[in-house]
Design a binder for this molecule. Structure first.
Ligand code: GTP
Ligand code: SPV
Ligand code: MN
Length: 601
């Protein structure tokens, strides 16, 4: 195969990796539909992929991964900065030389019997000055196919690279060499958990991933490049790489604004990005559902692009009720991973909105027993689908200039304490709100006592490539450099309040459009608000109450529980203390201000 590239540094790196990992052959990916079809046909022939019923799901495939390889592995994820302190207390750290030595031993010969694919890809529209080029070397055809859907792959990227353009080097192996001429024989290839490494070398802008074939561990453009490495580049260059959806909202007068929102994993970004508002006359369209790259342009306004080209969304819980647009997206040309299979070759998962239409094969490939107490689909089962299949994708979603952000939302799952919505007094107060994001976890989900809050500042806990204290300072700095009236307003939302009896106080989903409408009006200098110790909050009349919410419940989610908030202040202080002396003084002052306002109230 002719090598389509004359980039000496790239060619030398590929040669080095090939010498170390020893693949049988090297193949350059061109991103074409033919290539995609060839990958899937090959994996189907090997028993790794099941073609779904073309009459029901044309062009769709199902994969079943290994039980050790079903999600991101946070405790196997490393930020190997030169200095330990730069990774900060929230990241796993190993000295770069030591980690490289460990990984070189694992990479030695690890691609034997396999093809090494060279995937040139762009995060962001090709040639946009916000976009970044990456090159992923991988021995996984599953990764090749998923990268086709999630990023922009192909010869256009090679042209942008030219002979000496910058690229982020991403090395990936499933960590399972084959005997010469051997195949996987239908078994998902990966290494045991203790040998999995998702390693980042931020100063070198380098990613080395070994032993996992799943999601964010293996599709290196996503969390590794577009968040962990990009957050470091963004700090150095004065922009923001964030775990945020981007949506376009249009009011009944036909005017629109763009909103970005950071919620922790599995807290409803995809839902909000594709929201169908119940409020008459309002519409929401999608720009992105997971990652936003944002920078202030010459005019002083914040602009955002979605660096991705597809959605890697949670299947479980997705239904015609909870997210009709997502259900339409995944009707064709979709890769499903770890969902259940029906007898007639369709997919099924818990929360799809209808009972299993007959017998099921579970996500591990066994006949599913409904009485087993085990779910048929893995709770983190996901779909990969091109963004342009979304029926509510906004036409400007790939505009290389990005869209102007009017509001930034932070939120998480908080059954108590945190009201439906409050607005920050100013940018630094907004950074304070983002730094306190937490999500309540159950004992089953993490090894924490039920009812406690796991702090996930700005939803970036697993994704910030440097010290969290420096990250907060960076947020403060980028805002301080702008004219205050041009800055987006910052809000904190909580769709997850529960009553003492455990019922939801707020119906969520389409009804969240009412909160977005208030936020929209606030950005326009309208929307009634009252000053509270937490920030600016809607008056009872400012948000029209959904039919299913009683007056008392509405009053509860729009009020400030002083006692609960004084307890919250203690928890935030503990959280800040864990982040150490790099926590900006400004945020300590914001916390003191909150406490003072609560005591004075
Ligand atoms: P990642 O892709 O993991 O980053 O996550 P995401 O933020 O896109 O999460 P996702 O949209 O998959 O989260 C879905 C979960 O949030 C499901 O459990 C939904 O039931 C829940 N959810 C979403 N919106 C609402 C809402 O308005 N109210 C309530 N109660 N639950 C919601
Ligand atoms: C998340 O965990 O926030 C995801 C899924 O979006 S993954 O890409 O696997 O990280
Ligand atoms: Mn995510």
């Amino acid at each position: 195969m002719a090598i389509p590239c004359r980039h000496a540094k790239l060619l030398a790196w590929i040669e080095d990796v090939a010498r170390l990992t020893g693949p049988d052959r090297i193949e350059w990916c061109d991103g074409s539909p033919d290539e995609y079809d060839r990958m899937l046909a090959m994996m189907e022939a090997d028993g790794l992929a099941v073609m779904l019923n073309p009459a029901k799901r044309p062009g769709c495939y199902l994969f079943r991964s290994d039980p050790s390889d079903v999600a991101r592995v946070e405790n196997r994820t490393f930020i190997a900065s030169r200095c330990r302190e730069d990774a900060g207390p929230t990241n796993n750290w190993v000295a770069p030389d030591e980690l490289k030595a460990t990984l070189r031993r694992l990479y030695d010969g690890c691609m034997r019997g396999r093809t090494m694919y060279v995937i040139p890809f762009s995060m962001g529209p090709l040639g946009s000055d916000i976009s970044r080029v990456g090159v992923e070397l991988t021995d996984s055809p599953y990764v090749v196919a998923n990268m086709h859907l999630m990023t922009r792959v192909g010869d256009g990227v090679i042209r942008v690279l030219g002979e000496d353009g910058d690229f982020i080097a991403c090395l990936h192996s499933v960590g399972k060499p084959l005997p010469r001429g051997g195949t996987d024989g239908g078994t998902w290839p990966c290494a045991p958990l203790a040998d999995k490494y998702i390693a980042h070398f931020p100063e070198e802008r380098l990613i080395w991933s070994y032993g996992s074939g799943y999601g964010g561990n293996a599709l290196l453009g996503k969390k590794c490049l577009a968040l962990r490495i990009a957050s470091v580049a963004a700090r150095d260059e004065g922009w923001l790489a964030e775990h945020m959806l981007i949506l376009k909202i249009t009011n009944p007068e036909g005017q629109h604004k763009y909103i970005a929102a950071a919620f922790p994993s599995a807290c409803g970004k995809t839902n909000l990005a594709m929201l169908v508002p119940t409020l008459p006359g309002w519409t929401v369209e999608t720009i992105g559902d997971d990652i936003a790259w944002m920078r202030f342009d010459e005019s002083g306004y914040l602009h955002a692009i979605n660096p991705e080209n597809g959605f890697f969304g949670v299947a479980t819980g997705t239904s015609a009720d909870s997210n009709p647009s997502a259900m339409q997206c995944i009707h064709r040309n979709t890769i499903f991973t770890n969902v259940a299979l029906t007898e007639d070759g369709d997919v099924w998962w818990e929360g799809i909105g209808y009972p299993p239409p007959g017998r099921l094969t579970d996500w591990q490939g066994n006949a599913w027993d409904p009485d087993s107490g085990k779910p048929a689909a893995h709770p983190n089962a996901r779909f990969t689908v091109p963004a342009n299949q979304c029926p509510v994708i906004a036409p400007e979603w790939r505009d290389p200039r990005g869209v102007r952000i009017s509001a930034i939302l932070f939120g998480g799952r908080r059954p108590t304490t945190v009201p439906l919505v409050h607005e920050a007094f100013d940018w630094s107060h907004g950074v304070f709100l983002g730094s306190t994001v937490g999500s309540e976890v159950t004992a089953a989900a993490l090894d924490l006592p039920a009812g406690t809050v796991r702090r996930d500042p700005m939803a970036m806990l697993p994704f910030c490539g440097y010290h969290m204290g420096d990250y907060f300072q960076h947020w403060l700095d980028v805002g301080a450099r702008q004219a205050p009236e041009k800055l987006p307003r910052i809000f904190f939302v909580n769709w997850f309040r529960k009553g003492e009896d455990g019922r939801w106080l707020w119906p969520g989903y389409g009804e969240n459009g009412r909160v977005l409408a208030w936020i929209y009006d606030r950005c326009d200098g309208r929307g009634a608000a009252r000053t509270t110790p937490l920030g600016l909050m809607p008056t009872m009349e400012a948000i029209e109450r959904p039919d299913v919410v009683g007056h008392e419940d509405m009053a509860e989610i729009l009020s400030v529980d002083r006692e609960a908030w004084l307890r919250e202040v203690v928890l935030i202080r503990e959280h800040y203390e864990q982040l150490g002396d790099r926590l900006p003084a400004r945020l300590w002052a914001e916390l003191a201000g909150l406490e003072e306002r609560l005591r004075d109230a």
